[in-house]
Design a protein around this ligand. Sequence first.
Ligand SMILES: Cc1cc2nc3c(=O)[nH]c(=O)nc-3n(C[C@H](O)[C@H](O)[C@H](O)COP(=O)(O)OP(=O)(O)OC[C@H]3O[C@@H](n4cnc5c(N)ncnc54)[C@H](O)[C@@H]3O)c2cc1C
Length: 378
Amino acid sequence: MTLELDELRRTVRDFCDREIRPSARDRDRSEAYPAELLPGLAELGMLGAVIPEEFGGAGLDDAAYRVVIEELGAADSSIRSLVSVNLGLVGKSVLRWGTDEQKQRWLPGLAAGELGAFGLTEPGAGSNPSEMASRAVQGSDGWTIDGSKIFITNGTRGAVTMVFARAIVDGEDRGITCFLTPQDADGYSGQQIHGKLGLRSGDTAEIAMDGVVVGPDAVLGEVGGGMKVALSALDDGRFSLAAGAVGLAREALEVSLRYASEREQFGGPIAAKQLVQELLAAMHVDVQAASGLVDAVVVKKLAGERCTLEVSTAKLFATEASVRCADKAVQVHGGYGYIDEYPVQRLLRDARVTTLYEGTSQVQHLIIGRLLTGQNAF
Ligand SMILES: Cc1cc2nc3c(=O)[nH]c(=O)nc-3n(C[C@H](O)[C@H](O)[C@H](O)COP(=O)(O)OP(=O)(O)OC[C@H]3O[C@@H](n4cnc5c(N)ncnc54)[C@H](O)[C@@H]3O)c2cc1C
């Protein structure tokens, strides 16, 4: 199995070296969406990594998925984010909660590059999604959704969005419910959010839903069961995010090691300076520790056990570690780290969002605290 994982890692890394890394700076500069890379990613099975083969995916387990995401996170976080949302949040949710018809309808497309989005956050409901205002009113032949979402990855260039909205049945609020909503439905519109610090080539959109009509078969899970769907999705999404953060932190270290051995000051390579080694050693410790926490999640996942505590622990540590490592990488590069001749400033900007989305670091502390003490401190 380890040999197979090593081979998978080499295959994904080769693809990243060939197709993704060389153009990452230009995409970052121009905020260009990586549309031309999607067919290659799909062909290699990365867009459908965890989707079973019967639905057109690669049928990988979570140990292999972690390798794919780690390598993408090292190469380009905008692409890692696109894949994490497509699979970690959407693909796995459809697999877990979907009917046979929903799986047949959506999974092959996700694997082929018709991406999925996860529409939970609203302008007035971020860390506390239960404050959401979007509504879906039940009618004779389905649901009519009105509301808005913000910061939605794959929100306009995908095929389907998991829209979370309050289900209103006979005038009564039946609770938050998830609706698999086609992005080409009448009344669904999205606008790109520009000027992001990082993930600059990713599709991050503000979504408006104005009388969007979906059929009764659009409900994923149960009416009123939307938070269950969202929380299970976030467990998978945060695992993916933690693995991506390990990749980013590792990349920051590898690039810094290379630079430190080539750059000479005071008559020798800066790698020979004790204070530079201190930076590199601290990065190494962060990468190893974060990787070990992701390993702990993989073990639990392969055993089919619930692992919210392990997931939040890994997400919290790995994302914070990725910011620390990228920041130290800029330091190792000196002034050259401040310009985009080297990838380290992009790594720092891309890392910064990982402590914010899919639950901020504060939210992860509160989840861990609640699981340890049984007390809710939100
Ligand atoms: C690039 C990008 C992509 C994203 N992609 C998606 C996506 O695909 N789908 C999606 O649904 N969302 C997405 N998001 C949204 C993201 O998940 C939210 O921004 C995040 O959950 C935080 O919500 P907020 O921005 O409203 O911040 P707020 O909830 O307003 O938080 C602001 C600050 O208050 C702190 N805070 C809040 N409550 C507490 C508390 N109880 N105790 C202590 N501190 C607290 C937070 O930690 C934070 O520091 C994305 C965001 C970005 C930037």
